[in-house]
Design a protein around this ligand. Structure first.
Ligand SMILES: NC(=O)c1ccc[n+]([C@@H]2O[C@H](COP(=O)([O-])OP(=O)(O)OC[C@H]3O[C@@H](n4cnc5c(N)ncnc54)[C@H](OP(=O)(O)O)[C@@H]3O)[C@@H](O)[C@H]2O)c1
Length: 334
């Protein structure tokens, strides 16, 4: 029979001779928690930093919670107590849909404060989950990591300046930084588009021919781990699924699958949509991350991802959150 104390000591890296790798996830929210699960499963000791009081968080988290506010450098002192450098640091805090000032504070100032804290003890690898919104191409063209970045929205400007801060740290003091430019994230419990469809509120914007790009949360978490392990420092990688799709293509498919109506024309003016997204209409290439790290999304297009989400909803039953939608697969018995 195995000795349970020995097992515990081994899982904590005590007495095994090889300490466990240590990882820090800064902004351990929707995406961060998925990354934490993967790192924990591969043997890392994982710390997850958020603004929330650890006591307010659910039990059974895949990380040790740390509380700090990136915008208040003094509160990052909490990291000093952890002593040795981290093997991996992932920066995936978000401004949670705030205004341009929130973007400035979290992405630009917050990144600066974190880098100042890490400079004394640089991690083995650092990944930042930025956004494809730094590309403002508006004509449906393909973009790769060498395409011009001239964000039209103020929030896009702060995202770009955060990237530049990180790349500066790579050049000036050797931070092993990799930048991800991430497309729109969807997945369990997240997806305003699916919610609008299920509640009968989905409208095409104008002709619906604007190109959109997305990535499922679980595929993004796999990409982050792949880039931590096999990405090159100082490099930028786009992360999206393999099939950019027009808004019409996605909405028509969802409408057909769910039996919910899709309304032609536009509810909001195309100009309002342009202002919010900085007017972007582009197709994101991801060849570089796939070629260099071997990563590829398990859900190569929105179809696999949304089928999975619809199946979750079917299994969990039709709740208020589906806006009264009754899954067609469950109607009328078998
Ligand atoms: N959503 C998208 O479609 C999209 C697209 C491209 C890129 N991204 C990027 O992907 C990353 C992950 O996004 P997500 O959806 O996982 O975000 P999320 O669920 O909103 O989680 C963000 C986390 O950051 C923490 N946080 C926010 N401000 C902080 C601060 N000042 N100090 C310390 N922690 C702070 C939050 O803490 P609390 O939980 O305690 O509030 C939360 O845990 C972000 O970098 C985001 O910009 C998102």
């Amino acid at each position: 029979m195995s000795d349970p104390d020995a097992q515990t000591r081994e899982s904590e890296g005590v007495g095994s001779g090889t300490p466990r790798p240590r990882s820090l996830i800064v902004g351990c929210g929707y995406v961060g928690e998925s990354i934490a699960r993967r790192l924990l499963a591969s043997g890392h000791q994982v710390f997850g930093l958020r603004r929330s009081e650890p006591k307010s968080l659910q039990v059974g988290l895949p990380y040790t919670p740390l509380q700090a506010n990136l915008t208040e450098p003094g509160s990052l002192e909490t990291l000093a107590a952890l002593d040795a450098p981290f093997d991996c640091v992932v920066l995936c805090a978000s401004a949670s849909g705030g205004d341009a000032e929130a973007y400035r504070q979290v992405y630009f100032e917050g990144t600066g404060h974190l880098l100042a804290r890490l400079r004394g003890q640089p991690p083995g690898a650092f990944v930042y989950t930025g956004s494809t919104s730094v590309y403002s191409q508006a004509g449906g063209s393909w973009v790769d990591e060498l395409s011009p970045t001239e964000p039209e929205s103020e929030s896009g400007v702060w995202l770009l300046r955060a990237e530049q801060r990180i790349l500066d740290a790579h050049r000036k003091w050797g931070l092993a930084a990799r930048i991800l430019r991430v497309a729109g994230i969807y997945g369990p419990g997240r997806g305003s588009l699916l919610r609008r469809v299920l509640s009968g509120q989905a409208h095409l914007e104008g002709s619906g021919n604007r190109w959109t790009n997305r990535i499922h949360r679980e595929d993004l978490a796999d990409a982050v781990v792949a880039v931590l392990q096999r990405g090159r420092s100082g490099e930028i990688y786009n992360v999206a699924d393999q099939e950019p799709a027009t808004q019409r293509c996605v909405l028509e498919w969802l409408s057909e699958r769910t039996g919910m109506p899709l309304q032609e024309g536009t509810k909001e003016s195309p100009m309002a949509g342009r202002r919010r997204r900085g007017g972007s209409n582009k197709r994101v290439r991801t060849d570089k991350v796939r070629r260099e790290t071997g990563w590829s999304p398990t859900r190569p297009s929105f179809r696999e991802g949304y089928l999975e989400e619809l199946e979750h909803i079917r299994v969990e039953g039709s709740t208020g959150s589906t806006g009264g939608w009754i899954p067609p697969f469950s109607q009328g018995g078998s």
